[in-house]
Design a protein around this ligand. Structure first.
Ligand SMILES: Nc1nc2c(ncn2[C@@H]2O[C@H](COP(=O)(O)OP(=O)(O)OP(=O)(O)O)[C@@H](O)[C@H]2O)c(=O)[nH]1
Ligand SMILES: [Mg+2]
Length: 317
């Protein structure tokens, strides 16, 4: 058994090994998570959570590393969470990221963790917020969350950040047209990376046009800025930080920040509850109660809805 209070205290002091162990507990869906989260709850809510998303190879890891550099110059403690929702293995895809993050590896004010969700049910919906809570409690001012892999998970991660950065690059497929339509709805800040390559201006223009379509903004609404960067050379990164700070101030000023955090907590709670219910239903499978109900339904004695009601009552009672 792990001594949770000691581990939490050590994480609070910013000890990397304690932070790593707590995130491993999240990754492994440890039964001790209940105790860990109870201890962390009063310590969290201070960090600014930024999600980075975009097609493979667009420069998410390079940009994350460049943002770490920029935030460190501002004296901030930074957490980086690389999440791989698609793979059950934490090595592989994240290996390249480790190399990219190498320059920060010895900085005691930077915490870099990668996490695979090992395919557990509703994995990302609760595991990412919990890993974020660990980094938050460890005193990170900013937490950068990079998702590896594409698809629905991008949108899922975006829902969990305070601010979502969508990255694009020139010459990747057909630019924005190729980008999934959903990406135009989730970005708070857009970055056209690899601006050292041909076509960056065109990509930015096209993006600007697409973002303007269907625009019915009112005074005080947020208009997502578009920033051009060469992340590999740290160019434009200060402008990204500036855009992030503006978005944070905008959200803090109108209640949006609190609203987003409530949404994030709601998703997490729901995912935990659904997981718990699924588990109980799993226990019910092959259970005598279900057998008895099923027999009555098969015999036409009971309708399936009434039987389901009885099963739910048995599982939640
Ligand atoms: N020319 C140029 N290359 C860049 C720039 N930023 C990143 N790259 C290169 O683009 C490649 C992919 O960068 P990554 O940061 O690994 O991209 P990623 O989005 O994290 O990739 P995945 O995690 O695999 O989806 C690397 O070879 C980088 O060196 C840039 O600003 N300009
Ligand atoms: Mg990457």
């Amino acid at each position: 058994m792990i001594d949770v209070p000691t581990l939490v205290e050590q994480a609070r002091e910013g000890r990397p090994r304690a932070v790593a162990r707590l995130i491993s507990l999240v990754e492994g869906a440890s039964p001790q998570l209940r105790e860990v989260m109870a201890a962390l709850a009063p310590l969290s809510g201070k960090a600014y959570v930024v999600g980075l998303t975009g097609s493979p190879g667009v420069g998410k890891s390079t940009s994350t590393s460049a943002l770490v550099t920029a935030y460190r110059r501002l004296g901030k403690r930074v957490g980086v969470l690389a999440v791989d929702p698609s793979s059950p293995f934490s090595g592989g895809a994240l290996l390249g990221d480790r190399v990219r993050m190498q320059e920060h590896a010895t900085d005691p004010e930077v915490f870099i963790r990668s996490m695979a969700t090992r395919g557990h049910l509703g994995g990302l919906a609760w595991s990412a917020p919990q890993a974020i809570r660990v980094l938050d409690a460890a005193g990170c001012d900013v937490i950068l969350v990079e998702t590896v892999g594409v698809g629905q998970s991008e949108v899922e991660i975006a829902a969990q950040a305070d601010t979502t950065v969508v990255l694009l690059a020139p010459g990747m497929g057909d630019g924005i047209q190729a980008a999934k339509a959903g990406i135009l709805e989730i970005g708070d800040v857009y970055v056209v990376n690899k601006a050292d390559r041909d076509g960056a201006d065109a990509t930015a223009r096209e993006l600007n046009h697409m973002l303007g379509l269907g625009e019915a903004r009112q005074a005080g609404d947020w208009r997502p800025p578009i920033v051009k960067t060469v992340a590999a050379k740290q160019e434009g990164i200060d402008e990204v930080v500036e855009a992030l700070e503006k978005h944070l101030a905008w959200m803090a000023g109108n209640g949006e920040l609190a609203a987003r955090r409530v949404r994030r907590a709601a998703q997490e709670v729901e995912a935990i509850a659904v997981t718990a219910l699924r588990q109980r239903f799993g226990d019910v499978h092959g259970d005598k109660h279900l057998d008895a109900l099923a027999r009555r339904v098969a015999d036409g004695e009971l309708d399936p809805y009434a039987a389901a009601d009885q099963l739910i009552a048995a599982v939640t009672g």
